[in-house]
Every structure is written in C-alpha cells, then in structure tokens.
Design a protein around this ligand. Structure first.
Ligand code: AHR
Length: 505
C-alpha cells in the first residue's frame, strides 16, 4: 500500500528566505588561493577569478556568500588586504602565509560576478570594535572619512554597500584565536554593534552564538537590541583530527533531530521575546567537519606533514557520496520547515575542502551536494506549505528505519524526509521526498491539487557510495514526466538513497 501524501497549498506556513541556500568561503586550503582566485590559470578572468567556478555558482544561484572566515578571521586585519601594497601575513589560525592579494575589493568583485549578497564576518578575536566599524566605513560610506577615501583611492568610487555583517566567529570555542567568556562576548558585541551601526544604521548584524543558554542568553540580553541575526554553526561527523568518515548508515543517524540546534535557539529567542526581531543564520553547516589535524589542539603540528599536508584528504572526491546528498537535502528540508525563524544558511564551504564544487587546474567536479542545491534553488518554491497523509501527520505515519550511528548504537530515523513548497508567482507546487534507506524503495501517492503536469526530478547514483570525480559523473539530476491517474494522483516508487522533487505545474 502506498503512503498517500496530501498536499494542502492553501495552508501556507511561512515564507522561505532564499538565503537558506547560501554559501561560505574561507581563506583555507584552496578555497581562495589556488581555488576561486587563481590569476595564473587560463580559466581565470581579468580579475584572477575562475570563470568556470563562477558559472557553477551562478547556476545554483548562490544568494549570499560569507567570507573570509571561519577561524581565519579571528586574527585577520582587513586593512592589510586593500590597496596597491598588500602585506603578506602569517595566518595564525591555519599556520600558513596569506599573501593578502585577495581582500575586500576582490571579494566584492567576486560577489558581483556571482550576483550574490556579500556577507562579511569580522575579527572579534584579536580585532576591535573600531577595526570592525572602520571596515564598514571602507565598504559603505560614500566619501566621508579616511576609509571611504581610501576605497576611492583604491579605484572604487561607489560604496560596496555590504548589508550583512557578522561579528565574530565561534569566539566561544577554545580553538578560536581570541576566544571570549560569555560576559566578555556580550560587551564586545555591544560596543562593536554600536560603532558599526553608527557608521551605517542600515547594516544587518549577526553575532556568533551557540545553543548554550549562558552564552546566548547573555549575548541576547546584552545586545539583542542591536542584532538582526544570530549565527550558529554545526558539523555532524566531526573529523578534524582523524579523517575516519562515518559510513552511510551512520550519516543517516545524524539526521535524527537534525534541527535540534534551531529548536534550542528558537526557544531562547522566544523566551526573550526576540523571535520576531532576530532571525537565525545557520552560517556554517555541513555533514562533515573539515579535516585539519594539529591546529585546534594544544600541541601544534611540528612540521607541515603534521598539519598542512593532511588537509589534502578533504579533496578526496570519492568521499562525497549519496550520503552527503541525502543529508544535505534533509538539512535543507529542516530549514524550510523552520523558515519562520531561519533566514539564512551557509554551506561550509562552497568550494574545495568539503565543498559542493571541487576545482583543479583544468576544470571542476560537481560533487553530489552541488546537485542538491541545483535541485532546490531551481525547483523548490518560496512558501512552505502543509503536507500530511490520509492517515494523519507525517510523523505518525512515515516508516522508520534502524541504523547504527558512528558509535555502533542503533538509532531509529524516519525512512523518508518530506516537505512541500508553493510558488507565490507561478502557483507551482514542489514536494521534496528524500529516501534515506540504503536498500528499500517506498511507494507513495501524491495529490496533484488540480494541476495538470507532474515532473519527477531525482538525484541518485547506482548505489549509495556513488560519487563524481574528474572524468567520472555517477551522480546527476534526472527528470521524467509523471502520469496523473484518474484519481488526480501520481504514484511513485521512491528509490533507495535518493533525493527527489515532484513538481506540479
Ligand atoms: O573546520 C573549519 C572551521 O570550522 C571554520 O573555520 C570554523 O568556523 C569552524 O570551526
């Protein structure tokens, strides 16, 4: 018997901010240098930016790009990376020289070429309120003061108009340069926000937070009146020191309560009556953490084989399989379901490391997660709408599957992850159906709400461990026209380890 899904387009739950499909790029291991910024490569344009990578980012309509870090930013001084004379610095976060040839102006050019909003994360580690607000002056003042005049002298007459700014990055963490106590954090964010808003009252400000009551309650009570966003991060398969990746089933186990962080932060915002004023920016997320041993530790790596060379393990394309795609789709569905309070999410990162795009000297590889973004930004709608079953709420009816997590414990997760969207412009309806099961198909029926055409878009590989690589394309988006039965429904057997969108037109 199929699971009979009933979409109710008249029951609109929330409007989806397209910035939930955002991305992040950091000065870390081939994301910037030898990544997007590769002046010597024939594939790069007059600004040294890789046109093939930009084209791929345009196809997934990157709405916002967070930069320059990440941990990198907590000892970064932006003034050394603007103007004709760039100062190479030793990046104390990642223990490598940064030539500073890619700075604010190059980043803005990149965002303009992609067609996305810039989103600058400031240095709240070793930086100051003044350095942050000087950065806002450089970017947003027309011509008043030292920094706007410096921008003009650097050849940028018009302001860059950077609207989104985040104060700090994970300053709660022992691994972060310039880590802060909760009290220190509240005070620094308060003074920084004040100065940044004095420069440009129209900037939207976020600040680094976690689902921790002490840290976040203090932050919100101290400076919630200045904040428009609150920033949270999460990686599930934590492999910074030892690159032993969770297998498919363990990755599915991570989908259990995938929106737990959102729920906890929502609770804090609500308790402080800020849930209508402040939105959540989930501005770093990925199934797997980045692998970078011996830098987030007390004893640092003694030589480059200890702490630099191992970063190449992030570039193993065979490790980006349908597990990553299925997890990413479950995460994006969770953000859609929470789109009343989540206004931004940034895949960490967009390029190389654990990114959805891998670049090499002659081209790019679109990893499995790239196709999830391609599918969602181009085929899901802008309004979260209700879907249930003929036997009641999804949660009460959906089949569950038992999987073993990374510690070998058995976890029950729903086999299917489902959510529906409508399109305020076209009236189209899109239903995401993600099948987490490694081996089992699930039969469903979907009411077509009186619409006359149904298309099934699917992302899959020949098996759960399929992956894309140079000269290997096992995972892509396929589409097929669905037959609408006399009962006004479509009937589908949802394949194992697959991400699907049924689009009703
Ligand atoms: O592993 C990369 C790091 O993850 C980012 O720089 C930081 O923001 C997060 O801890």
């Amino acid at each position: 018997m199929p699971i009979n899904l009933c979409i109710n387009p008249d029951r609109e739950k929330s409007v989806i901010n397209p910035m939930i499909y955002g991305h992040f790029i950091e000065h870390f291991h081939r994301q910037i240098y030898d990544g997007i910024y590769d002046p010597a490569n024939p594939l790069s344009d007059e600004d040294g930016l890789r046109t093939d990578i930009i084209d791929a980012m345009k196809k997934i309509r990157v709405p916002i790009l967070r930069w320059p870090g990440g941990c990198f930013v907590s000892a970064y001084h932006w003034k050394k990376a603007v103007g004709p004379n760039r100062t190479p610095v030793f990046d104390k976060a990642w223990r490598i020289e940064d030539p500073n040839t890619f700075g604010t102006d190059e980043y803005i050019k990149l965002c303009r070429k992609i067609g996305c909003e810039p989103y600058i994360c400031t240095n709240a580690g070793t930086g100051s309120a003044e350095e942050m607000s000087d950065w806002v002056e450089y970017c947003n003042l027309t011509d008043e003061g030292e920094y706007a005049k410096k921008r003009i002298s650097n050849g940028y007459t018009k302001p860059h108009n950077v609207k989104y700014w985040s104060i700090g990055n994970e300053n709660y963490g022992h691994w972060e340069i310039g880590a802060k106590s909760s009290e220190e954090w509240g005070r620094l964010v308060l003074e920084s926000a004040k100065m940044m808003k004095h420069v440009d009252p129209y900037v939207q400000l976020s600040a680094a937070a976690i689902a921790d009551v002490d840290w976040t309650f203090n932050l919100l009570k101290t400076c919630g009146h200045f904040l428009d966003w609150i920033s949270v991060h999460q990686y599930w398969d934590m492999v910074p020191e030892i690159n032993e990746l969770a297998d498919y089933d363990a990755c599915m186990a991570y989908t259990y309560e995938i929106d737990r962080t959102v729920s906890e932060v929502r609770g804090m915002l609500t308790a402080l009556k800020l849930e209508k004023k402040i939105k959540i920016a989930f501005d770093e997320w990925n199934l797997r953490s980045w692998h970078h041993p011996n830098v987030h530790t007390i004893t640092q790596g003694a030589n480059k084989e200890d702490y630099l060379t191992p970063r190449d393990k992030n570039d193993d394309n065979s490790s980006y399989t349908m597990a990553d795609a299925v997890f990413a789709a479950c995460f994006l569905n969770a953000m859609i379901r929470n789109s009343d309070i989540v206004g931004m999410a940034n895949f960490a990162p967009v390029l190389n490391t654990r990114g959805c795009i891998y670049s090499y000297d002659k081209g790019i590889v679109l990893r499995s997660t790239y196709h999830v973004f391609d599918l969602y930004v181009n085929h899901m709608g802008d309004t979260y709408i209700d879907v249930c079953t003929d036997k009641g709420e999804l949660s009460a009816v959906l089949p569950v599957t038992e999987v073993k997590d990374k510690k070998g414990m058995t976890r029950s997760v729903t086999s299917l992850d489902i959510c529906a969207t409508g399109s305020s412009e076209s009236g189209e309806i899109s239903l995401s159906v993600v099948n987490k099961d490694a081996d089992t198909s699930h039969d469903i029926s979907v009411n077509t709400c009186g619409l006359k055409k149904a298309i099934l878009y699917s992302i899959n590989g020949k098996d759960k461990d399929s992956y894309n690589d140079i000269n290997q394309n096992e995972i892509d988006i396929s589409s097929e026209k669905l037959q609408i039965s006399d009962d006004g429904k479509v009937y589908i057997s949802v394949k194992p380890h697959s991400v699907n969108v049924i689009k009703l037109i």
